[in-house]
Every structure is written in C-alpha cells, then in structure tokens.
Design a protein around this ligand. Structure first.
Ligand code: DX5
Ligand code: ZN
Length: 226
C-alpha cells in the first residue's frame, strides 16, 4: 500500500539528561504533560564516552512516574551485557551503538527476542555503510544518527549529519530515523527536511520555562501537526 512508503510521523523526545536530577520523577511527568511522544534516557558508562550519567534505577523511576514510552540510549562499551537489565527496567526501545565492542547483530537480535524495539546508533563520523548489513538483515527498528559527539548535553549541532539523514531516508523510506544532539527549532527543522522523523532534545526542552510550548514549537518547526 502506498502509505507504507510514507516517512513516519514526527516525534518529539525530551532527553532526561538535561533535567533536574533532584526531581527526576517530576521531570518525567513534565515531559509527559508537555505532549512529548516518548522520553529519551542517556545511559553512559564512563568508557564508551567520557561521562557517567545514570543506570537502570533512573529508568525504573521514569517507568513508575510517567506513561511515556522509554527510549533508552546505551552509550556503553558492552551494551550486550545489559540488554535484559534495561528491558526489565521498562525500556520500550533500546538503542545500542554500532561502534560498541560487541557482536552488534547478536545484540539487536536479542533485543527483538526480548520484545522491545531495537535501535542502532551511529556517531557523527561513522559511515552509514556500517548500519547497512543490520538493516538488510531486518534487525533494526530505528536508526539514531548522532549530531554531536556523544557524552554531554548542550553541544553544537554538527551539520554533517544532514546529508547522512538524507541518504538514509532515500534508501529507507519508512524507517524511523532519529537525531540527537544540538536540536533546537532551526536544526530540528533542517533534520526533518532532510528526512528525520524523531527529534531528541535535552537543553531546548528541559531548559524551556514552558516545556509544552517548546515541544509545540519544535513540532511545528519540523512540520508535524500539533
Ligand atoms: C548526548 C546525548 C543526548 C543529549 C542531547 O550524548 O545522547 O541525548 O541529552 O542534549 P542536547 O539536546 O542538549 O544537545
Ligand atoms: Zn541520547
């Protein structure tokens, strides 16, 4: 059917990394009341990236405090060792990096077996070709293209992600394509024009005094209905 080839609908995901960690449960509810489509959670191990954020306990807090689907981004050297941990904690989507030190195909396959969406993430300098065998094998529900070097919020958007988004959209018309890092109204609009349909934003959304208005503005900038 024709509509199966349409790019999927725009989704706006606040990234909890930019939230106030003294009030995590309230911050999860703030994203839900603001009209977000899901909540993005950045798990860092201090090895894959030079930062440590949080682990499964915060994912469990998010699961208990709001009804949003949890989109868990594992910045871990060995995500394969922790898949069941994050699925049990309440993830709806688990995203691993193609650069991780593990058998990526086996990890994606395991995620499918655990009944969650399997996401594959690429760092800014990683070519799309590394994702291709996993896409071809039908192991991937979503590709996340990093638009900053992962590890920290509040960095500047790397424009070189735009042609990557466009090339991936051209090759995969109905794939969920997300983008993460430095997303605001202008960069979000550029990503959506290039073909991304999932916009992840920390500073722009959690830093806004009125998150609902910020979600609506980002959605409108990306061309999505309110
Ligand atoms: C960076 C994280 C992002 C981060 C984005 O490693 O993966 O999800 O929270 O933050 P902003 O939107 O502030 O660039
Ligand atoms: Zn992230």
């Amino acid at each position: 059917m024709a509509h199966e080839k349409m790019p999927p609908k725009i989704q706006i995901l606040p990234s909890l990394l930019a939230a106030d960690f003294g009030r995590v449960a309230e911050e999860c509810r703030r994203a839900e009341s603001a009209g977000a489509d899901a909540l993005h959670l950045d798990v860092m191990d201090g090895h894959f990236v030079r930062n440590i954020s949080f682990g499964p306990e915060i994912v469990r807090v998010a699961r208990r405090s709001c009804g949003l689907p949890l989109h868990v981004h594992l910045m871990l050297d060995r995500p394969d060792l922790y898949l069941t941990v994050y699925v049990d904690a309440g993830a709806a989507t688990v995203l691993i990096h193609v650069e991780a030190r593990c058998d990526v195909a086996a990890a994606l396959n395991e995620l499918r077996g655990l009944g969650v969406r399997a996401g594959l993430t690429l760092n800014p300098e990683t070519p799309l070709e590394l994702a291709e065998p996993h896409l071809e094998a039908g192991l991937v529900d979503e590709v996340l293209l990093m638009s900053v070097h992962p590890g920290f919020g509040g960095q500047s958007f790397i424009e070189a992600v735009l042609p990557k988004i466009a090339a991936l959209r051209m090759a995969r018309p109905s794939l969920a394509i997300s983008v993460d890092g430095g997303i605001g109204e202008a960069t979000g609009a550029a990503c959506a024009r290039a073909g991304a349909n999932v916009l992840i934003a920390g500073t722009t959304l959690y830093g806004a005094p009125d998150m609902a208005a910020a979600v609506a503005r980002l959605r409108a900038a990306a061309g999505g209905a309110g």
